[in-house]
Design a protein around this ligand. Structure first.
Ligand code: FRU
Length: 568
């Protein structure tokens, strides 16, 4: 590799750098790397604790993109890929690194080749049957939809490091909700900002409404997302944008009339559009501060402000984010992820049950009633797949918590999604709740019965009035779970589960109501997570654990366990 490192200290030239503008040296350290002509990936060496520098791609003097990257100064923790393919053969290609001292180790350790698996670390906490990004950071699931036998999952993604930043939409596909294929980046940052959370809709026969006038594509999948960018005056501006795909969601073309919805509110994001057959129009639910706004549209571009929901209802100890709104049987469920404010601190998913007439959501519970979808600490940003078959309401959550998501002890990737779950309704003491059960696809990976727990297994436990379950390993690390039929609670104690030191917010015991008695528990263990469900769906609890070796012993008092290997 030919590499030229320059240290340029130039007087400030007042040219704001923007997309496609001429690059002017700024008054800061700047190193220019000249990649070879062949080799698709330029591998950037990362040091997790290093401050962020800027990496820019420049073709014939024009800035193509820039990202914040923790380029290694003293040691290389892992590598991330800068995909040069879109820029190769288009002119003189340069990669400019800013704010990373010239003596830093990253310049010596840069590599370039075609090997997508270059320096991939085999991490002991990478789940075996949960969706994870191959490299980099992941938070919320985005834009999930089902079409022509394929489940599409997009996600909040930083391809350039394992901590939050540089938000893109990553994309994975699956035909069974378990085996996921990495489809790369679907949406990358642009002039409107980085790509925050959003959703996709599929134009079906009935949802043809709206003149298909967009000059781009007459696409059948439309993504709606938030573009977020810092303002010169501090803070961020968030605006809603759309993009079209006519290849089933593999590639998107952004609408040239973006953004389609703007406001002055600070937290204005995470659009969830959906076709509402009742009013034969599109609806949109959007999180704004601590309320949800509801809109309607005939074309996904012009939105009419219909109503607001939330003031005085449920939990308000944090910002409302990532909404969803859908019908199950004859009721409507409004999902409201909230951070912080969760029952055990940090992020969690609350929901409201009621009616929606296409204009206004009316909650059927008293304002002070708060309902949580999952009583663990690591279940956030839950949203559903659009257009799922057989009238299913299938959801995925992000299995982490903003309190410590950036610190969990994985390295080259961070973090995972929950297993797929299907939602329904149940009634207890006159209140209607959302039921949560593992999707039926989880039965397909149930393998042979085994005697002891393994790093990837499902444990089915027939419970009695009082049941205590202790999972442990030879290091004395353990997780204790209890079911108490008298108190009607299920608890999980992870205070001694392994590595709990990376955050004071991590060690804890979580407790869930079981709404009456339960008969059977299903526990899903996958290296660094435990997801517990009442088999009937009245209780769900998702918690991360980081044991130094897998739990291989189970002791059950007051119950009987059957253990199945999970064979992916
Ligand atoms: C939720 C969230 C969203 C936002 C995204 C940014 O976890 O804060 O509200 O769109 O993450 O990554």
């Amino acid at each position: 590799m030919m590499k030229r490192c320059l240290m340029t200290m130039v007087a400030v030239m007042t040219l704001t750098m923007g997309w496609g503008q001429v690059v002017t040296p700024q008054a800061c350290e700047q190193s220019i790397v000249m990649p070879k002509e062949t080799g698709r990936y330029l591998w950037l060496p990362i040091e997790e604790k290093a401050p962020e520098g800027k990496v820019q791609v420049i073709v014939s003097g024009m800035l193509q993109m820039e990202q914040n990257v923790r380029m290694a100064r003293e040691q290389v923790d892992y590598y991330v890929a800068l995909d040069l393919q879109p820029y190769q053969g288009k002119g003189e290609l340069r990669v400019c690194v800013q704010n990373v001292p010239t003596g830093s180790v990253c310049y010596k350790k840069l590599a370039q080749n075609d090997d997508a698996d270059f320096a991939l670390i085999d991490e002991k906490f990478r789940p075996l049957y949960h969706h994870t990004p191959k490299r980099g950071w992941m938070n919320d699931p985005n834009g999930m939809f089902y079409k022509d036998g394929v489940w599409n999952l997009y996600y909040q993604y930083n391809p350039y490091g394992s901590m939050w930043g540089n938000m893109h939409w990553g994309h994975s596909t699956s035909t069974d909700l378990i085996h996921w294929k990495d489809e790369g980046v679907a949406l990358a940052p642009d002039v409107w900002g980085t790509m925050f959370s959003g959703s996709c809709v599929v134009r079906t026969q009935s949802a043809q409404s709206g003149q298909r006038t967009q000059s781009i594509q007459d696409g059948d999948v439309v993504a709606m997302y938030t573009a977020s960018r810092p303002t010169p005056f501090g803070g961020d501006v968030q605006a809603q944008c759309i993009a079209f795909s006519n290849d089933g969601g593999r590639t998107f073309t952004k609408y040239e009339g973006n953004p389609v919805l703007t406001a002055e509110d600070k937290d204005f994001r995470d659009p969830r559009p959906f076709w509402n057959e009742d009013i034969k129009a599109w609806n949109l639910i959007l999180a704004v501060g601590q309320e949800m706004r509801i809109y309607s549209s005939s074309d996904l571009k012009e939105w009419k402000d219909e109503s607001r929901f939330g003031l005085g209802y449920g939990n308000h100890d944090g910002v409302w984010e990532c909404p969803d709104l859908f019908k199950i049987d004859n009721k409507w469920v409004l999902i409201c992820n909230i951070n912080p404010g969760g029952p055990f601190g940090g992020s969690a998913t609350q929901y409201f049950v009621g009616q929606f007439d296409g204009h206004k959501f009316t909650c059927e519970s008293k304002p002070e009633v708060t309902k949580w979808m999952d009583y663990g600490k690591d279940h956030y940003a839950t949203v559903s797949f659009y257009n799922a078959p057989d009238n299913r309401r299938t959801v995925l959550a992000w299995m982490s918590n903003w309190q410590y998501a950036n610190q969990v002890p994985t390295m080259q990737f961070r973090s995972a999604n929950s297993i797929p779950r299907d939602l329904g309704l149940f009634t207890y003491n006159g209140e209607t709740y959302v039921s949560v059960v593992p999707s039926k696809e989880m039965l397909a990976v149930r393998g042979a019965k085994v005697k002891q727990p393994t790093e990837a297994c499902e444990i089915v436990i027939d419970v009695k009035k009082q049941t205590e379950i202790v999972l442990s390993n030879a290091k004395g690390e353990q997780v204790t779970m209890t079911y108490d039929a008298t108190k009607q609670t299920f608890t999980m104690d992870r205070t001694k589960s392994g590595d709990v030191t990376f955050s004071a917010d991590f060690p804890c015991t979580t407790e869930a109501p079981t709404y009456g008695t339960i008969k059977q528990l299903r526990l899903f263990i996958d290296r660094c997570s435990i997801e517990a469900f009442d088999a009937e769906g009245k209780m769900a609890m998702t918690n991360l654990v980081f044991p130094s070796e897998p739990y291989n012993t189970i002791k059950v008092k007051g119950g009987k366990a059957t253990i199945y290997q999970i064979e992916k």
